[in-house]
Design a protein around this ligand. Structure first.
Ligand code: FNR
Length: 360
C-alpha cells in the first residue's frame, strides 16, 4: 500500500484483482464513453489563481453537510453491489467512512442489508433510493432506513431507464440478487440475453416518475431529501421549488446519457444562476485529485462524492483500500489549500480558480 501514491493507481490494482465482468461493470460508462473521459478531463481545463503570503501553518478542512460535521468535504457516492468487489461489501466501505469521519451514501442496490451496514459501525449514512414501480417496496426501504438511523434520503432521478453500457451487454453481466428486497420482490432476472442489471432495472424502476413524486416521498418521510442527477438550471429550479434539501450535480458517473456534460462544467450554471445558496449543492463525476475537490468547492459545491476510486480501493484492499483513497484525497486537498492560500474551507472562493474563457 505504501507504494500507492495517488487514487488513479488503485484502478490498475482493481483490474488485476477483479473478474473481467465485474471490473467492466465498475469502470464502464454509457455507449461511446465520451462523458466518462470528459468528467475527468474537464477538471484539467480549470487552473488556479493561488494566493501567497497567507498564514497556512494550520489547515482546517472540516465542514458540515446538512448539519453533520465531517473531516473534509469528500463523501462516498452510492455505488451498487460492493460484495462483487470484496466479501465484506458495504460493511468494509462503511467502516472506512467512519474511520475517515465522512458520510457514506449507501446504494439502494447494496449487497449488504441496510441494517447490517448500520450495525457495523457509527458512520454517518444517507440512503440512496431508486423509486420502484412497486411504491410500497420503496416506502418500506425508506422506513427501514429511518429506523436504522440513516440521516437523509438521496433520490436518484437520472435512471428512468438504465443507460446502455455495452461492456455489460457483451459480458451478460449477471443480475444482482439484492438481499434488501428479499421477501418483497424477486430481484433475480433469469435468463438474460444481455445485461442482467439492465433487465433488473427495466422490470423494477418506475419510468413514470416526475417532480410531483417528490411530494409523495415527502409524505412518507421526515428525513431530508436530496435529488441526485441534476444537470441543468431548469431542473435545479424545479428541485428548489419542490422543496428538496439538497442537489447532487451528477451524470451518474457517465453511465446513463452519453454526451451529458461533464459535471464540473455545469456546476456554476446550476448554482450561481438558480440555487443561490438556498440549499447545499454537491457534485460527483471524475473527482480523482484533491485539486479537483478544491476546484468544485471554488465553483460553489459544498462537497464532492467519490464513486469509482472507492470501489477500486475496496476491490484492491478492502476497508484499508477505501480508507487510503479518502486519506490520499484529503492529503492532496490539504496541500492544495496551503498552496492556494486557503487555511479553511470558507476561505476557498471563486477567485481562486480560472475557467477556460476567463482572463488571468
Ligand atoms: C454508480 N452510481 C450509482 N448511483 C446511484 O445513485 N445508485 C447506484 O446504485 C449507483 N451505482 C453505481 C455503480 C457503479 C459501479 C458506479 C461506477 C457508479 C453513480 C455514482 O453514485 C456516482 O454518481 C458516480 O460514480 C460518480 O462518478 P465517479 O466518481 O465514478 O467518476
Amino acid at each position: 500500500m505504501d507504494q500507492i501514491v495517488n487514487v488513479n493507481e488503485f484502478q490498475e490494482l482493481a483490474k488485476r484483482s477483479l473478474p473481467k465482468m465485474y471490473y467492466d461493470f465498475y469502470s464502464g460508462g454509457a455507449e461511446d464513453q465520451h462523458t466518462l473521459k470528459e468528467n475527468v478531463e474537464a477538471f484539467t481545463r480549470i487552473m488556479f489563481r493561488p494566493r501567497v503570503l497567507v498564514d497556512v501553518s494550520k489547515i482546517d478542512m472540516s465542514t458540515r453537510i446538512l448539519g453533520y460535521p465531517i473531516s473534509a468535504p469528500i463523501m462516498i457516492a452510492p455505488t451498487a453491489m460492493h460484495m462483487l468487489a470484496h466479501p465484506q461489501g458495504e460493511i468494509a466501505t462503511a467502516k472506512a467512512a467512519a474511520a475517515c469521519n465522512t458520510i457514506m451514501i449507501v446504494s439502494y442496490m447494496a449487497s449488504c442489508t441496510i441494517e447490517e451496514v448500520a450495525s457495523s459501525c457509527n458512520a454517518i449514512r444517507f440512503l440512496q433510493i431508486y423509486v420502484y414501480k412497486r411504491r410500497d417496496v420503496t416506502a418500506q426501504m425508506v422506513k427501514r432506513a429511518e429506523k436504522a438511523g440513516f440521516k437523509a434520503i438521496v433520490m436518484t432521478v437520472d435512471v428512468p431507464k438504465l443507460g446502455r453500457r455495452e461492456a455489460d451487454i457483451k459480458n451478460k453481466m449477471v443480475s444482482p440478487q439484492l438481499r434488501n428486497f428479499e421477501g418483497l420482490i424477486s430481484t433475480k432476472v433469469l435468463p438474460s440475453k444481455g445485461s442482467g442489471v439492465e433487465a433488473l432495472a427495466a422490470s423494477t424502476f418506475d419510468a413514470s416518475l416526475t417532480w410531483k413524486d417528490i411530494e409523495w416521498l415527502r409524505s412518507i418521510t421526515k428525513l431530508p431529501i436530496l435529488v441526485k442527477g441534476v444537470l441543468t438550471r431548469e431542473d435545479a429550479l424545479k428541485a428548489v421549488e419542490a422543496g428538496v434539501d439538497g442537489i447532487v450535480v451528477s451524470n451518474h458517473g457517465a453511465r446513463q446519457l452519453d454526451y451529458s456534460p461533464a459535471t464540473i462544467t455545469v456546476l456554476e450554471e446550476v448554482i450561481v444562476h438558480v440555487v443561490g445558496g438556498r440549499i447545499p449543492v454537491l457534485l460527483d463525476g471524475g473527482v480523482r485529485r484533491g485539486t479537483d475537490v478544491f476546484k468544485a468547492l471554488a465553483l460553489g459545491a459544498q462537497a464532492v462524492l467519490i464513486g469509482r476510486p472507492v470501489v477500486y480501493g475496496l476491490a484492491a484492499k478492502g476497508e484499508d483500500g477505501v480508507r487510503k483513497v479518502i486519506e490520499m484525497l484529503k492529503n492532496e486537498l490539504e496541500l492544495t489549500m496551503a498552496l492556494s492560500g486557503c487555511p479553511t474551507i470558507g476561505d476557498i472562493t471563486r477567485n481562486h480558480v480560472r475557467t477556460e474563457n476567463e482572463r488571468l
